[in-house]
Design a protein around this ligand. Structure first.
Ligand code: 5AD
Ligand code: SF4
Length: 434
């Protein structure tokens, strides 16, 4: 049987796209392999959100050359966000002319045709579309996880935050039909899935006719056999009261929200084109906490955005303290070609960015630790995902608050929802007993 290897960089959107690529290859009779050496086809699904993702890609691509030299029939494919940028495609064509297939984010469904063409015609295939105005339904998927699943609800982004490449690589916002989403989740539940995470760059802008994101949540909440609903990502400017109300009425909606703040300074938020103030952001947090006392909140923060002063940065530290995040994904600002912020003259020096980043991480870790301490002695419901990474005597899973929980137990519990009493904790995980 012919084998394929797929390497995925970046966010859950890319992971979900890789599941589709794997699904199509499986239907074509290929088998997935972890080993690049044994693969007949290798695919790298790229991310462009920060410069280090670009660098990792070029490193990974360089490695594939060896397999191509050893086996002339080896097929090298690259896809994903980086391929939506002409300057990157030009670089791949020039420096890595042995790459067989290049495709973008809008035509994944066409991959089997491109592959067939390479095999039959032995010529490189490049197909990149600027955008695609319909959502292609019914593609196969080979899922990464057995008991939880990612489900796309929107694609693309219209927000154009000034630092961000995503609106250029993922195109304009499109929503799937509510009916298609519900059908997909119903099918997943029949397959043993207990938890779904609804995916979109800005799930709050979901719209199918009269059906808003809050209405979609209520529809999904009615699906028999489904136990948990999570979603990401929410944009604070669009998180409306009816979504907060959904936290009150939807019992399957987990007590967890990922709400990227990016900065705590109104001046920086304005320059980032985020369209909310720190006060508005904090008011949303208060409202959600009033509806769900046990809500866990995570966020994304960028340090060193052009023009960020020490005072601006201290405003960010203040928001972290006030919101007391359960976790935060912290990023050093990275210039992205073609974004408005690329042209800003007041770029911050690398030294200052790193110094601020270290102070931020320290505070974020303190908050995570304090939040985790609150769970000592409490009992959480955990969806068991598998064995713990470090110790096979332990199982690991996630609570509704998205907390990583390790505890002793046997394999028969994998895929079950179990009650775990928390007996110990650290900054990043909880430890418990069944
Ligand atoms: N530099 C640093 N971080 C960025 N992000 C997006 N673009 C950039 C950039 N140019 C971060 C944001 C976003 C997350 C997915 O990545 O915080 O929410
Ligand atoms: Fe990027 Fe902003 Fe869109 Fe998020 S909302 S994908 S940060 S442009």
């Amino acid at each position: 049987m012919k084998q394929f290897n797929i390497q995925t960089l970046g966010c859950q959107m890319n992971e979900r796209d890789s599941e589709t690529i794997s699904g199509m290859l499986t239907e074509m009779g290929y088998q997935s392999t972890e080993s690049k050496k044994d693969a007949d086809i290798a695919i790298i699904n790229t991310c462009s959100v920060r410069e280090n993702a670009d660098k990792r890609f070029f490193g990974m691509l360089g490695q594939l050359k060896r397999y191509k030299n050893e086996n002339p029939d080896f097929i090298a494919c690259v896809c994903g966000c980086m391929m939506q940028q002409q300057h990157i495609v030009d670089e791949v064509k020039k420096k890595y002319p042995w790459v067989d297939i290049i495709f973008g984010t809008h035509n994944i469904h066409n991959f089997p045709t491109l592959l067939k063409n390479v095999i039959e015609q032995k010529t490189a295939q490049i197909e990149i579309l600027e955008d695609y105005d319909t959502v292609v339904e019914g593609l196969p998927s080979k899922r990464l996880y057995e008991h939880k699943a990612f489900v796309n609800i929107t694609f693309g982004c219209n927000n154009f935050c000034t630092y961000c490449i995503v609106p250029f690589t993922r195109g304009r916002e499109k929503s799937r039909k509510a009916d298609d989403v519900v059908k997909e989740i119903t099918r997943l539940v029949k397959d043993g899935v207990k938890e779904v995470t609804l995916l979109g760059q800005n799930v709050n802008s979901y719209r199918d006719g009269e059906i808003t994101f809050a209405a979609l949540l209520k529809m999904i909440n009615e699906i028999d056999g489904l136990k948990r609903i999570k979603f990401m990502t929410s944009h604070p400017k669009d998180l409306s009261d009816d979504v907060i109300e959904a936290y009150r009425v939807c019992d399957k909606l987990c007590s967890y929200i990922h709400l990227p703040v990016q900065s705590g300074s109104d001046a920086v938020l304005k320059k980032m084109n985020r369209k909310y103030t720190r006060e508005h952001y904090m008011s949303i947090i208060e409202k959600i906490k009033a509806v769900r006392e046990d809500i866990a909140i995570s966020t994304d923060i960028i340090v060193g955005f052009p023009g960020e002063t020490e005072e601006d940065f201290e405003d960010t530290l203040k928001v972290v303290e006030d919101a007391c995040y359960d976790s935060a994904f912290t990023f050093i600002y990275s210039v992205r070609k073609g974004t408005p912020a690329e042209k800003y003259a007041d770029q911050i020096s690398e030294d200052v960015k790193h110094e601020r980043f270290n102070r931020l991480v320290e505070l974020v870790n303190d908050c995570s630790y304090k939040n985790n301490e609150k769970y000592l002695g409490k009992t959480l419901e955990v969806l068991v995902e598998g064995y713990s990474k470090n110790d096979k005597e332990y199982l690991m899973g996630r609570s509704g608050q998205n907390k990583l929980v390790n505890f002793k137990g046997d394999a028969s519990l994998i895929g079950e929802l179990v009650k775990v009493k928390i007996i110990d904790f650290n900054t990043f995980a909880l430890q418990g007993e069944i």
